[in-house]
Design a protein. Structure first.
Length: 196
């Protein structure tokens, strides 16, 4: 639910539109929905028949060598989609990734990096990357999208206003999770009912 602007932007890169980017850098606070957005990007990539490679920054001891091992298929395909999640956990690889690894990807590769911090200034200082990089600061879902998410997860209507009052993607995603229906934990339910 929601994130139509971000999905359209990613779709334009999948289609190879001339004004699209090579690297999309999605950043925002914990719980804002970065990983959920990457899952939706993955679905779009699969639907488009693109080779999908995912690297999780939480992989233990991620180093340049282990990163390249995990992302190896991206270097062997003509049009790969490389999704790098939880980048804040491997932020130390940023310079190496920017200067050594990503430039070796095929011309039609699309890379999405998702983490808590915005891209460092060297991305913007380099004229080549300034053209190829697009950064997005994720914000909370608009009320209509947040309501649609709650409805889709079968959250009882009497809890909607309390959840929406927080307008926090963290609370929404924690509350509804990935389950088909919603049953709040006792402490959360008690707290939400106290707010209504």
């Amino acid at each position: 639910m929601g994130r139509a602007e971000e999905l359209d932007l990613f779709g334009s890169a999948l289609d190879g539109k001339p004004d699209s980017f090579a690297v999309l850098f999605v950043h925002g606070p914990e719980g804002i929905g970065k990983s959920s957005l990457l899952r939706r990007f993955a679905d779009l990539a699969r639907s488009a028949g693109r080779t999908l490679i995912r690297v999780d920054g939480r992989s233990p001891g991620l180093s340049p060598d282990s990163f390249e091992a995990e992302a190896a298929a991206a270097f062997d395909d003509e049009r790969p989609i490389l999704l790098i999640d939880t980048f804040e956990q491997c932020q130390g690889l940023e310079t190496w990734l920017r200067d050594n690894s990503l430039p070796r990807l095929p011309a039609e590769a699309v890379v999405v990096i998702a983490g808590r911090q915005a891209p460092g200034l060297p991305w913007q200082a380099d004229p080549g990357w300034a053209q190829a990089l697009h950064a997005i600061a994720l914000r909370n879902l608009p009320p209509s999208d947040a309501t649609a998410l709650l409805v889709s997860r079968q959250v009882p209507p009497q809890l909607h206003s309390a959840l929406l009052a927080f307008r926090s993607a963290l609370l929404l995603t924690t509350a509804v999770g990935h389950r088909p229906s919603f049953s709040p934990p006792d402490r959360l339910a008690t707290h939400l009912h106290s707010l209504t």
